[in-house]
Write a protein that binds this ligand. Structure first.
Ligand SMILES: [Mg+2]
Length: 215
């Protein structure tokens, strides 16, 4: 995918949780630790932009300590793709575009989900695992709001996509910088803080509604 012979015509970057998929993966992982409700409330606050994303993520991941790595398969089985994702991916590819996902969630899940949905490129956090269980720590730098914006800019440059032909789609406060970095920033399934700052709000939770907006 990264070895294209010609520049891509278009780049569409999606958030993962509550955008590409209907779930918040960290809540599904927390269910495995019996702490789903507590982590769901903390995730809601982070997505509304009430707390610092990285600080919140670290404390939520700490709640996952001891969850066996074997739980990833159960979590993957519970994931529901958002309506219209297949149609959107096909429409971008028909226009010689690239579909990318950048997530404050986790590679351990996206590495399975993203290729199945036809996503070309993806970047996310990694969960530290020791002796077959989560340590409760994030492995490496956290993908926060600024990292999401940087991913969009970096991919556009690597792929030779004109910055005027970039679209970002997200629901959470940590997507706002990415939405601002794109030529067209779309609030999708979005929190009020995101709706207020996006170029456009997609009212239905159906990714097919993005297709008519593709350049
Ligand atoms: Mg999200």
């Amino acid at each position: 995918m990264t070895h294209r012979s010609s520049p891509a015509r278009l780049l569409v970057v999606l958030d993962a949780d509550s955008t590409l998929i209907r779930n918040e993966v960290i809540e599904l992982l927390a269910d495995e630790a019996g702490r789903g409700a507590e982590v769901a409330a903390a995730t809601e606050a982070a997505m509304r932009g009430e707390v610092d994303f990285a600080t919140s993520l670290r404390s939520r991941v700490a709640a996952l300590r001891g969850v066996p790595a074997s739980a990833f398969a159960r979590v993957i089985a519970r994931i529901e793709p958002t309506a219209g994702v297949t149609e959107l991916v096909e429409a971008v590819h028909e226009r010689d575009g690239v579909v990318a996902v950048v997530s404050g969630g986790f590679h351990e899940i996206l590495d399975d989900i993203a290729p199945r949905l036809g996503v070309d490129l993806w970047r996310a956090n990694r969960l530290a695992v020791r002796d077959g269980a989560l340590t409760g720590e994030v492995d490496g730098d956290i993908v926060d709001a600024e990292a999401k914006a940087q991913a969009l800019r970096g991919w556009a440059e690597e792929l030779g996509v004109d910055p005027r032909r970039t679209i970002a789609i997200g629901d959470g406060a940590n997507d706002l910088r990415m939405l601002a970095a794109a030529a067209l920033g779309l609030a999708f399934n979005a929190k009020p803080a995101v709706r207020a700052h996006a170029d456009l709000v997609i009212a239905r939770t159906d990714l097919r509604d993005v297709v008519p907006l593709l350049p």
